[in-house]
Design a binder for this molecule. Structure first.
Ligand code: NDP
Ligand code: MG
Length: 392
């Protein structure tokens, strides 16, 4: 074999994508296509039009649709292909345990991503995580299992990918602090009063990134940064006192690591999720990427500011939940997920998201957890509490 063929064989991967029809899912497929990776499983919930297109184009070994009715329709549409279409959430849990997957990209939205991550790790499969709610709600279980199975958890979230890259070749004990950057979202500089009139359409317009609806709202309230703060604690085994958040409006520096000698190492790049997605798949190698390249000469000046925790209380509340630990991050996440869902359905107002998060954290007493059932029960109770706040 020539060295080129050998190199290709070494880098060849078989990848599964949970949430293939979403923002991260479609960009992951783009990366896999350019890298020439094989696909094991594609999974989506309801968007069978796009899933059919993806299946015909990428020919995965199997397809999973978690919504059973939608799955039946897709099976009919794909009956000319020899690709099994499985339906329901259990089919997803079975799929992540199968052999023959080098990496499973978890790009599901929300806490529903927790069980697939745990099942995949339990079966010894590697997981590349975009689904941050998994780590926020159940970080102790997820990282504990990954450690027990000796499986590295590779982040896809751009800030965590940046930190992960800045940590390569260094000793964790010599890290002084992690600095997570935040774009500040579309309402940076606004007062609480100005936020009261924010509409769904305004909140869905992010200045720098194009993402799914839920994370776009989270970015506007800065709840996303709180989720990322907690995600960083678990991924990098760092106490909250050693993690800072700075607003960096340009979204060019994706995060930084400060070391004990005063050196600060940063990762920079264009705002294109295909870079962290690809790095999660090729790590510790790198390869050419389809992503836009950063042109330093045309970059605006890079600025850094403290976030406004008085206005964007979701960030403050989330950081406090992180410090309290136990079930508090799960409560924070569930309250936020439920409130954002209601806001997206036009059932509550923008500032109600902040209220739902704050009141849920005061209402429940937190405490420790040891099982996933306890977590999911807390998640269920928190969602019910949020709905009751608005008589829904
Ligand atoms: P999207 O909303 O765009 O996509 C979500 C995916 O999950 C879709 O494929 C959707 O399927 C599927 N899904 C939805 N509901 C269910 C369900 N009940 N059961 C199974 N699958 C379901 O989300 P994003 O791609 O934006 O985000 C995915 C995750 O990645 C989130 O945790 C987010 O925080 C994180 N992330 C996203 C970034 C981004 O740039 N978008 C950046 C960093 C992190 P269907 O289309 O069929 O409904
Ligand atoms: Mg991010």
């Amino acid at each position: 074999m020539t060295s080129c063929v050998l190199e290709r064989k070494r880098l060849m991967k078989t990848v599964s994508i949970l949430g293939s029809t979403g923002s991260i899912g479609t960009q992951s497929l783009d990366v896999c296509e350019k890298a020439g990776y094989r696909l094991h499983t594609l999974c989506a919930h309801r968007n069978i039009t796009l899933l059919e297109e993806q299946t015909r184009k990428f020919r995965p070994q199997q397809v999973i649709v978690t919504d059973v009715e939608a799955g039946k329709s897709l099976a009919l549409r794909l009956r000319d292909l020899d690709i099994p279409v499985k339906t329901g959430f259990q089919a997803l849990l079975d799929a992540v345990q199968e052999d023959g997957q080098d990496v499973i990209i978890n790009a599901l939205m929300g806490v529903r991503g927790l069980l697939p991550t745990l099942y995949a790790l339990q079966a010894g499969n590697s997981v590349a995580l975009a689904n941050k709610e998994t780590l926020v709600a159940g970080g102790k279980l997820v990282t504990g299992l990954a450690k027990e199975k000796n499986i590295p958890l590779v982040p896809i979230d751009s800030e965590h990918s940046a930190i992960f890259q800045c940590l390569q070749g260094n000793h964790k004990e010599q890290v002084k602090r992690l600095i997570i950057t935040a774009s500040g979202g579309p309402f940076f500089g606004k007062t609480r009063e100005e936020l009261s009139a924010v509409t769904r359409e305004q909140a869905l317009r992010h200045p720098n990134w194009s993402m799914g609806a839920k994370i776009t709202i989270d970015s506007s309230t800065l709840a996303n940064k709180a989720l990322e703060f907690i995600e960083a604690m678990w991924l990098f085994d760092m106490p909250p006192e050693q993690i800072d958040v700075l607003v960096h409006r340009q979204s060019i520096v994706h995060s930084l690591v400060e070391y004990v000698d005063g050196s600060v190492i940063a990762q920079l790049g264009a705002a294109d999720m295909r870079v962290p997605i690809q790095y999660a798949l090729t790590w510790p190698e790198r390869m050419e990427s389809p992503a836009r390249k950063l042109d330093l000469l045309s970059c605006p000046p890079l600025t850094f500011q403290k976030p406004d925790l008085e206005t964007f209380t979701c960030l403050r509340d989330g950081m406090e939940a992180a410090k309290k630990g136990g079930l508090y991050p799960c409560i924070f996440n569930a309250a936020n997920e439920q409130a954002v869902e209601l806001f997206l359905q036009d059932k509550i107002r923008y500032l109600d998201i902040f209220r739902a998060v704050h009141e849920s954290l005061s209402h429940f007493s937190g405490g420790e957890y040891t099982t996933v059932e306890e977590l999911l029960e807390q998640d269920r109770q928190t969602r019910a509490y949020v709905r009751s706040l608005f008589d829904l």
